[in-house]
Design a protein around this ligand. Sequence first.
Ligand SMILES: [Zn+2]
Length: 143
Amino acid sequence: MRLSANSPCPCGREAKLKQCCGRVHQGRPATPPELVRARYTAFVLGKVRFIIDTTHPEASHAREDRGAWRNELQDYCRRTEFHGLQIHEHEVDEERGEAFVRFTVELSIDGRPAGFTERSRFRREGKRWLYLEGELHEPGADA
Ligand SMILES: [Zn+2]
């Protein structure tokens, strides 16, 4: 999906793409909740390189073969329609360089509803937060 920089940001914040997740895509440091938004928007826009670059190298789903990983993500983005993101809460431990964000994504894959709630774990490397892993919650468990 292509969007103009002046479009409303897909993450749901009342801001233009260029003033919201677009900045993070261009390298502005992000807090963990901002990173969840920017990664969601990257999925919407098919910016798979950003998704890979913000995944911690030690993540269990990180792949050595970045080309294959990119193709897999591109395929996922093509088959998925994103309907919205809601961030529920976050905890940031600056000292340990660890953070958690709990959020819900509404989406459908191949036309079937496949939304989920996840508690993501992030680890800081230098100044950047990176996605490490996610723990899935039952859909609607916290509705
Ligand atoms: Zn945004």
